[in-house]
Design a protein around this ligand. Structure first.
Ligand SMILES: [Zn+2]
Length: 353
């Protein structure tokens, strides 16, 4: 067992203890419970009684029989005029959410192991993104490093740099009260402040699936993970953000730019808002620089097939010296993540009005 698996196991174990403890508290409250009762009328049977009271027979039949075993007639029939106890609807078990909070230090301070030792403690600063859900997916990972650049003899792998920016963005959004799911996950990298991020292959797809090498299988796996979570979060504000680093000729300098699916108005709006925000931030911090980011439609598997409105972001050209600075320096990775956060907050505010 490597340290990654043992850490995951540790997290799961901690979770189990917490969940068991919560269930124990719930259970101790429900002893001595007052049951709702009904009086059987002509024609009533267990199935119809359960159904009338919003209880599925699948889940509650056995419990009903157990509760009323001394009062039932032959073949578990109901006897007209007799009173029967109704099972209590079970509390929904708390769902285990990403990014796998392990310890809730306080209401406002939560530990997320995925951010790594230095950054795992997250203080909730405000609730600007309350009730929003973000799926963040960095490009490639597992056996696929994505684009590969080179700087002073160091290999620059797209998946590592995209992952670090994505992780910083996840932390930023969490600080603002959002629920964030990291779809591609590296259990032992965390947020890294190094210039050269060591390539590895141990990324998994939410929650802990091995990433296949086959491109379509890989894209489908990530999309399926998002869509499954989307159903669980139905009714909430939800967005998917996909982050990549492009690979072009060494001469080609590109700014952060955006794709959306042609059928998605919300995706288009999201992409445009992000572009405008990045433009504003550059104008503020580097007034002479200029910014040439763009928004365009593109037929890309993940944004086309995912349920939530989605944006696909390219952070720059991994082969261009100026672009490389955008992701080699950890301060720059953090700045990009901050600006993207600001754009996402704007999109959220516009969309919920
Ligand atoms: Zn890519």
């Amino acid at each position: 067992m490597n340290s990654y698996t043992s850490r995951i196991h540790f997290e799961l174990r901690t979770y189990k203890i917490v969940v068991t403890f919560l269930l124990f508290i719930l259970a101790s409250f429900s002893f001595g419970q007052d049951y709702k009762t009904i009086k059987a009328q002509k024609g009533d049977g267990i199935y119809s009684i359960l159904k009338q009271n919003g209880l599925s027979a699948n889940e509650y039949l056995d419990q009903f029989i157990e509760l009323n075993k001394t009062r039932l007639g032959k073949n578990n029939s109901l006897i007209i005029g007799r009173t029967y106890k109704l099972p209590v609807i079970a509390e929904k078990k708390p769902k285990i959410q990403d990014s796998a909070p392990v310890t809730e230090v306080s209401k406002e301070k939560i530990v997320y192991e995925i951010f790594g030792d230095k950054y795992k403690e997250v203080t909730i600063q405000n609730r600007d993104l309350n009730k929003s859900v973000f799926y963040l997916m960095s490009g490639h990972g597992g056996p696929d490093p994505g684009a590969i650049g080179n700087l002073n003899g160091h290999l620059l792998c797209e998946d590592e740099y995209a992952y670090d920016v994505t992780l910083r963005l996840a932390r930023n959004l969490t600080e603002r009260g959002a629920t964030v799911y990291m779809i591609i996950r590296d259990p032992n990298d965390g947020i890294r402040d190094d210039q050269f991020l060591t390539p590895d292959r141990d990324e998994v797809c939410f929650p802990d699936k091995t990433i296949p090498l086959n491109q379509l299988a890989r894209l489908r796996q990530g999309t399926d993970a998002v869509n499954k979570l989307y159903r669980q979060n139905r009714g909430k504000f939800q967005r998917l953000v996909v982050i990549h680093v492009d690979s072009r000729s060494q001469k080609e300098n590109i700014d952060v730019f955006f794709y959306h699916d042609k059928r998605s108005d919300a995706g288009k709006k999201l992409a445009n808002t992000l572009k405008v925000t990045i433009g504003e931030r550059y104008a503020r911090h580097q007034p002479t620089r200029g910014y040439n980011g763009s928004v365009s439609e593109r037929n890309l598997y993940v944004i086309k097939n995912s349920f939530p409105p989605a944006v696909f972001i390219e952070l720059g050209n991994i082969n261009h010296t100026r672009d490389q600075k955008r992701f080699i320096l950890s301060d720059n990775r953090q700045a990009v993540a901050n600006w993207l956060r600001d754009g996402l907050i704007q999109d959220f505010n516009k969309s919920i009005k």
